[in-house]
Design a protein around this ligand. Structure first.
Ligand code: HEM
Length: 250
């Protein structure tokens, strides 16, 4: 009996480490992604230089494969926890709603350490599951598209990413799924990092309020840069940093 409990606890810890570790790497990658795709803010020349550099030095090709693998592993391991947690979270949310109606919510449900009320934290978790499901569909589509772009001559004139094909497909309508994906990724990653930090004890040396503020700053910063990148890719706005490459060699 005890042996079974220990084995099950060990397995659960391994799942926590895998889903948390892959989530952390993916979130860090997404910050790098903002810079790489954001190179379009300097104009098509900057974007093409970045893409050619990453492909010529064989950085882009293994990265696409590695990120897609991590993306799927993260989805499988994070999804294993959903049914049990969803039941528990929904119960907390319902309980909080009941207490609110009774007018005793603040006393009964707010903890001393958290800037969130428990039902709000539960809602954040439920939205993390929903955004995760949307990302699984749209992110897989994006990674397959980019995989074909990087490994085959199917899109554009060359094997590899080029500004003309990226801008053409975003302007032709991909801006909409990308805008939804961007919103979901930023929400999912910032709430995920906040929860991961709490899970591994960061609230022992930093208050939850401070962590929540950091999470909000990261969320808005990346969302604004990503949104601007998307409008430039769609051809709606001129690259605002084009002046940086004004004097550069062609
Ligand atoms: C190594 C893997 C990846 C590469 C090489 C890559 C590359 C690109 C490129 C070239 C674009 C410009 C649009 C296009 O060409 O279609 C783009 C846009 C975008 N990508 Fe990725 N991507 C990767 C992984 C991801 C992942 C894992 C996500 C999220 C799940 C993601 C989310 C987005 C979003 C939201 C946009 C829209 C532009 C923005 O607002 O930043 N990408 N990506």
């Amino acid at each position: 009996m005890t042996q079974t409990l220990v084995t099950s606890a060990k397995r659960q810890l391994a799942h926590e480490i895998i889903s948390g570790g892959t989530g952390l790497v993916l979130a860090l990658f997404m910050w790098g992604h903002v810079v790489l795709v954001g190179s379009i803010l300097t104009g098509e020349r900057g974007f093409n230089w970045m893409a050619t550099f990453l492909e010529d030095y064989y950085i882009a090709q293994p990265t696409v494969v590695a990120i897609f693998t991590l993306f799927l592993v993260h989805a499988v391991f994070a999804a294993r926890k959903i049914p049990a947690q969803l039941r528990e979270r929904k119960r907390i949310a319902d309980l909080a709603k009941g207490l609110k109606k009774s007018g005793r919510e603040k006393v009964a449900t707010r903890t001393a350490h958290s800037p969130f009320r428990p039902h709000l934290e539960s809602m954040l978790w439920i939205w993390q599951v929903r955004t995760g499901m949307i990302m699984l569909v749209l992110g897989s589509f994006h990674l397959i598209l980019l995989g074909m772009d990087v490994f085959t001559p199917l899109f554009g004139d060359i094997v590899g990413i080029e500004s003309s094909t990226s801008m053409a497909r975003v302007g032709a309508g991909l801006w909409l799924p990308y805008a939804i994906l961007l919103l979901c990724v930023e929400f999912h990653a910032s709430v995920g990092l906040y929860r991961l930090a709490i899970k591994w004890g960061a609230d022992l040396w930093m208050s939850r309020k401070t962590m929540h503020r950091i999470e909000q700053v990261i969320f808005w910063l990346i969302l604004v840069i990503g949104g601007l990148t998307l409008t430039v890719l769609a051809g709606w706005v001129e690259p605002p940093l084009a002046f940086l490459l004004d004097g550069a060699a062609p």
